[in-house]
Design a protein around this ligand. Structure first.
Ligand SMILES: [Mn+2]
Length: 468
């Protein structure tokens, strides 16, 4: 028990989470922690990141752990290999098996090899073994060994009920989880502000990426995903940092870090390289900002995120009609999918221990039971569509992009030309892209924008950049 009442009692929190999930399934749950992944040879690995479900139910961030959760209250067994003297010589002292179990609120800890005996016992009792889909090959291989199955059988037999119940439980964020996301956002704010201070004509994208990464590292944080720092914002997941900034360009930055307990932040801002938006840039920026503020204003428990997405599309179509890039009736344009030329992705996704929270579980997370993903270009990238609930944390990230290859393709096919003025659109080739992304908490009556308030409006950005 924690003696300091202001600190969350994490072992107890993990215990309660496990007690909640075990009641939802009939049988035993096998939890597989991640292993170190080799980068070029076995001893040279990628930075380790624990499986997020394992983190959610144990908080343990060490590699090569397993856990069994039995149907009885509080009955979990942690399986870990005890460090030997060679491990200690090379990697230093680590938490013992007993310490790991204590920190996760688990009463029983055993040598990792003993998991096989327990699983044999479960099988001879005829109890079902539930597990989540392993997406790391080493976890899939381990599951195949433990369950005496071929890898394809392991995948075919994943527990649908466990996936659904885990998604349900992890979707509702508690106060301690929101505090973690706020903590990640505080560092993210420093990173974006530093980028604003350091960027300018002649600077490389990699210099700005380095400044931001340096701040994360100085706070002993991992980035939550590979950051995007690019003057070619129209390339949606552009991970190259080779560009050199020029006067008159925009720099799009999509970056976030993990909190001490591995919760993610996910923030995008788009800044003018010179410190001042041109009239053309400001025109598009204001439309994206209206899309973002307008949809944040709609969000509350009960509203469908698909409707929020479509509202953003509508605000954009109306705005682009004013600039002359689109024409005709905005509702008809959206129905036809014409708006996706400029906004080919979804308005947002769940956020939590994963930046796209629980995306490993598939559309169980973002779609209701009777809902199916649309096949229409643009709408098919909507990751979250279902009615929102109090406690969801999600991103709101509208954007407008001018993607030369897509414009060329559509124009050649004369696609949606009743809604798109291609001649005007061609005047925006080389513009890049604008996205504005915040992380919000859904409440019964509205939405709370999390984080300390990273500059977002044109006056906020220009005045922050003028102080450089
Ligand atoms: Mn995002």
């Amino acid at each position: 028990m924690s003696t300091n009442s202001s600190q969350p009692d994490w072992p107890e929190i993990y215990r309660q989470r496990r007690n909640k999930i075990r009641r939802q399934v009939d049988g035993v749950i096998l939890w597989i922690g991640h292993s170190l992944q080799p980068r070029n040879y076995a001893g040279n690995t990628y930075p380790f990141r624990q499986n997020s479900h394992f983190l959610y139910y144990t908080g343990l961030s060490e590699p090569d752990l397993l856990m069994l959760s039995f149907p009885e209250q509080d009955h979990d067994i942690l399986f870990a290999r005890e460090a030997d003297i060679d491990d200690i010589v090379w990697t230093g002292p680590t938490r013992s098996r007993a310490e790991l179990a204590r920190d996760a609120g688990i009463d029983i800890a055993e040598e990792i090899e003993r998991v096989k005996e327990h699983l044999a016992g479960v099988r001879s009792d005829g109890a079902r073994i539930h597990y989540l889909p392993p997406y790391q090959y080493s976890s899939l291989y381990r599951a195949a060994q433990l369950l005496n199955m071929e890898p394809a059988e392991v995948i075919a037999n994943v527990s649908q009920v466990l996936m659904e119940e885990v998604a349900k439980q992890r979707s509702i964020k508690t106060e301690v989880e929101i505090a973690e996301i706020e903590d990640a956002l505080a560092i993210t704010d420093l990173m974006h502000r530093a980028a604003m201070a350091e960027m300018g004509p002649g600077k490389r994208e990699s210099e700005i990426a380095g400044v931001m990464q340096g701040i994360a590292l100085a706070h002993d944080r991992q980035q939550a995903y590979n950051p995007i720092v690019t003057i070619r914002g129209e390339v949606l997941h552009n991970h190259s940092y080779s560009g050199i900034m020029q006067e008159g360009q925009l720099l799009l930055i999509d970056a976030g870090v993990e909190s001490p307990l591995f919760y993610a932040s996910d923030i995008t801002r788009t800044f003018p390289v010179s410190g001042r938006f041109t009239a053309k840039q400001a025109g598009i920026y204001q439309i994206v900002l209206r899309m973002q503020l307008g949809t944040i204003g709609m969000i509350k428990s009960g509203i469908s995120y698909r409707d929020v997405h479509l509202a953003a599309c509508r605000i954009m179509a109306e705005g682009l009609r004013e600039t002359g890039l689109m024409r005709g009736n905005p509702s008809d344009a959206i129905e036809a999918g014409a708006h996706a030329l400029f906004f080919p992705h979804g308005i947002g996704h769940m956020l939590g221990l994963d930046v796209h929270d629980m995306e490993d579980l598939g559309d169980i997370v973002g779609y209701g039971k009777k809902e199916k993903r649309s096949g229409q270009f643009g709408l098919n990238y909507l990751r979250l569509s279902r009615p929102l609930e109090h406690g969801f944390v999600l991103t709101v990230e509208p954007g407008i992009y001018f993607i030369p290859a897509l414009i060329e393709r559509w124009q050649k096919e004369n696609l949606h030309s009743e809604f798109i003025d291609y001649e005007k659109v061609n005047g925006y080739l080389g513009f890049g892209g604008i996205r504005i992304e915040d992380n919000i908490l859904v409440t019964p009556t509205g939405a709370t924008v999390l984080g300390p308030g990273i500059p977002k409006t044109i006056p906020e950005i220009e005045s922050a950049m003028a102080q450089r």
